[in-house]
Design a protein around this ligand. Sequence first.
Ligand code: LIP
Length: 266
Amino acid sequence: MPDAQVDAAQLTELAAGIAREAGDLARLRRAEGVLLAATKSSLADIVTEADREVEALIRSRLSTARPGDGFLGEESGAAESTTGLTWVVDPIDGTVNYAYGIAMYSVSIAAVTGGADPDAWTAVAGAVYAPALGELFTATRGGGAWLGGQRLAVTTHTPAGALLGTGFGYDPATHEGDLATVGSVMPLARDLRRMGSAALDLSYVAAGRLDGYFERGLKPWDFAAAALLVEEAGGRVVRLDTASARPLIIAAGPDLHERLSQVLDK
Ligand code: LIP
């Protein structure tokens, strides 16, 4: 457990301030022109110089504020915790959008207890900041989910069908199966959105801008903060096939979550 002096609200405040500073740096670098630093699992799986610079800033700010906390970041790896608390960070979620100049990208910072395993941790604080859109989503366990001063709530009724969000992996070999998954849930849907940032997709479920979201193959840093947003907004987040290489995440209000799970949890 984190050291006793710190409460979750303070962690949320810290995450929010760092997310805003880091996101503003990302937006500045975007305006200056994005430099491709490397590719990872495939040519489509890119990392920019800004991804690395932004994560370094976040890691430095967290280390100064909370020495001894653990860290798990998309670009710079992991560090063990000596306090019981670990920070899970995606410096730029929606990297392809960012590289193409599309506004749907975000900085995601979460504080978790219970170690760096998403199947074992408990998220206690989180912030998701969309710099190009000027929106900062925050959540504290037991304290609700917020967009600025507006308390968030998931939708509970979808009489015209559900507005669903999803995404696809960087490996083209996975696209056929993922499209089959989309086909299986379309009878529940009014329409589908593929916006390119899982952290924002989940934040939008929390805000009622999407009724539900599902995607295979997310990394822990993609969802660590925004899954807490959904839960604190009255929704459910479940990961299926967690022993597989591409676990399936489903997020929605309770009723739609049940209906999606009946189709997807086969
Ligand atoms: C991205 C996710 C997105 C998913 C992409 C990628 P990244 O994260 O936010 O939902 O469809 O394949 O995983 O790589 O931009 O941090």
